[in-house]
Ligand binder design. Structure first.
Ligand code: NDP
Length: 415
C-alpha cells in the first residue's frame, strides 16, 4: 500500500502502529518464552513474579550473538555456490544470488558438534541461556535495523524515498539493500535464523534428556520434522527468489526482525516446551501426526515446485499431463493444473498442516505450545488476502476469470 497518499490522520495511525510494533513484538517474544518456560505454556497475566523472571541483554550474549551472525556472513561469502539471477523485479532488474545455504547449514552443524564433543561446550547452552539470548538478539536486531535504514535510504529509489523515517525503518527503506554483492535480505531470510532454529531444537532435546534421562517421541518428531523443513528450504533455495518477500517486501524491521529473532526463538517453542514436559503420545497418535506432517510437506513442496517450474518451463507436464493455464493480458500465465487447480494457495495449506503437526507433538493442554500454529493461521490468511488483492489489481479481468476457474482460496470446496 502507498502510505504517502493517505490523509494525515490515517498516516499518523499507521506510524503509531509501527512504533508500537517495534516495542510490542520483542515484548511478546519475551512473554511467550517466559510463559512456556515457567508457567507450563499458560496464558498468564504478567505480575511481579513474572516480571522478575525476565532476563535482560548481557555482554557475553551480545558477543555470542554477533559472533553467530558473523560466522553465517563468512560462510555465505566464502563457501562456493552456484550464482543465479533472481526473477525480474518491477524496475526490470534481475539481481545475482549465490546459493550455498545447504553447505552453510551442514558446516554449522559440524561446527556445533565439534564445539560440544571436542571443546566440551554444553549441548544445552542455547536452552539454558534462551531468555538472555532472546533479549540480546532483540536489542541487536533493533539496532541493526537502524543501520539497514541508513544503508537502504542511500540505495532507495525516488518513490521509496517518499517513506517517512518510521515507515522506512519499520517496513524498509528499500527493496534489496546490498553492501557490494552481499544481499542483506537474502542473507537474513534464511541463514542465521533458520539454522539457529534447528540448533535451538537440538539444545532443547539435550535439555529434555538432561532433565528426564530420555528424549520423548514427540521431541524426536518435532526435531526431525523441523530439520526436514529447514533442509528442504536450502535444497530448493532458488525457489525463494520468486517469493513475495524477495520480490515485493522492502527490507526493514518487520522482515529483518522476523527472520533474525522471531524464527529462531518462536518457531522452536514446541521443542522448548517439550524440554520440560515430555509427551506421552500413543504410537497411533504419533503415526497420525507424522502422516499429517508428511501430507502437508508433500502439498507444500510440490505446489511450490509446480509453480516455480511452470514459470521457468511452461511446457513441463504436471501429473503426467500438459499444464493448463490462463493467459493474461500482461503476458504472464496463471497455472490451473496440479495443486493450483485445487485452490489458489495450497502451498499455504500444506505449510499450515505441518505447523499443526509440530504443535500436536507437544501433547499440551495449555495454549502457548500451539502459538506457532495460531500465529501462522493469522499470517497466512492475511497474506493470502493481500496477495489476492495484489493480483486482482495486477491482472484485473484475467484474475476474475482465474478466480472463477479456481474459486477456493486455500481449502478445496471449503475456503
Ligand atoms: P506464493 O509463492 O504463492 O506466490 C504468490 C505469487 O505467485 C502471486 O503474487 C503471483 O505472482 C503468483 N501466482 C499466484 N497464483 C498463480 C498461479 N496460479 N500460477 C502462477 N503464478 C501464480 O506466495 P509466498 O511467496 O507468500 O509463499 C511462498 C511459500 O513460502 C509458501 O509455501 C508459504 O507457505 C511459505 N511462507 C512461509 C512463511 C513462514 O513464516 N514459515 C512466511 C511466508 C511464506 P505473479 O506476480 O508472479 O503472478
Amino acid at each position: 500500500m502507498d502510505l504517502t497518499s493517505l490523509p494525515p490522520r490515517a498516516r499518523r495511525a499507521y506510524d503509531a502502529s509501527f512504533v508500537l510494533g517495534v516495542l510490542a513484538l520483542p515484548a511478546l517474544t519475551l512473554y511467550v518464552v517466559t510463559a512456556i518456560l515457567h508457567y507450563d505454556g499458560r496464558l498468564v497475566i504478567p505480575d511481579g513474579a513474572f516480571l522478575s523472571r525476565l532476563r535482560g541483554p548481557s555482554l557475553p550474549m551480545l558477543g555470542r550473538f554477533l559472533l553467530w551472525l558473523m560466522v553465517q556472513v563468512a560462510l555465505m561469502r566464502l563457501l562456493p555456490g552456484r550464482t543465479v539471477l533472481g526473477v525480474e523485479l518491477d524496475d526490470g532488474k534481475r539481481l545475482p544470488y549465490k546459493l550455498n545455504g545447504l553447505a552453510a547449514e551442514a558446516i554449522t552443524f559440524v561446527f556445533a558438534a565439534a564445539l560440544v564433543l571436542g571443546l566440551g561446550v554444553s549441548p544445552t547452552f542455547f536452552f539454558d541461556q534462551i531468555e538472555a539470548l532472546l533479549s540480546t538478539a532483540n536489542v541487536v536486531v533493533i539496532l541493526l535495523c537502524a543501520l539497514l535504514y541508513v544503508l537502504g535510504r542511500a540505495q532507495a529509489t525516488a518513490a521509496e524515498r517518499k517513506r517517512n523515517f518510521i515507515e522506512a525503518y519499520f517496513l524498509g527503506a528499500t527493496l534489496n539493500p546490498r553492501t557490494g554483492d552481499f544481499d542483506w535480505k537474502f542473507f537474513s531470510e534464511s541463514r542465521p535464523g533458520m539454522i539457529l532454529w534447528i540448533l535451538a531444537d537440538a539444545s532443547a532435546a539435550a535439555a529434555q534428556r538432561a532433565h528426564f534421562g530420555y528424549v520423548s517421541p514427540g521431541m524426536w518428531l518435532v526435531c526431525a520434522f523441523q530439520l526436514l523443513y529447514v533442509t528442504d528450504y536450502f535444497v530448493f533455495e532458488d525457489a525463494i527468489l520468486s517469493t513475495w518477500d524477495i520480490r515485493h517486501e522492502p527490507f526493514g524491521f518487520m522482515l529483518g526482525w522476523g527472520c533474525l529473532v522471531w524464527i529462531p526463538f518462536m518457531f522452536s517453542l514446541q521443542a522448548v516446551y517439550l524440554a520440560n514436559h515430555p509427551d506421552a503420545r500413543s504410537t497411533v497418535t504419533l503415526v497420525g501426526i507424522a502422516l499429517l506432517n508428511f501430507a502437508g510437506y508433500f502439498i507444500f513442496r510440490f505446489s511450490n515446485l509446480q509453480k516455480h517450474r511452470f514459470r521457468s518451463d511452461p511446457e513441463r507436464s504436471i501429473w503426467g499431463r500438459p499444464p493448463e493455464f490462463i493467459e493474461t493480458q500482461r503476458g504472464t500465465r496463471l497455472l490451473v493444473s496440479g495443486f493450483w487447480g485445487w485452490a489458489r494457495h495450497m502451498n499455504y495449506t500444506g505449510d499450515l498442516m505441518m505447523g499443526l503437526a509440530w504443535c500436536l507433538c507437544t501433547d499440551a493442554r495449555t495454549l502457548l505450545p500451539y502459538f506457532y500454529f495460531i500465529y501462522f493461521v493469522i499470517l497466512l490468511v492475511h497474506r493470502e488476502r493481500r496477495d489476492n488483492a495484489h493480483c486482482a489489481l495486477k491482472y484485473a479481468e484475467d484474475w476474475v476469470r482465474y478466480q472463477r476457474r479456481v474459486p477456493r482460496r486455500m481449502i478445496p470446496f471449503l475456503y
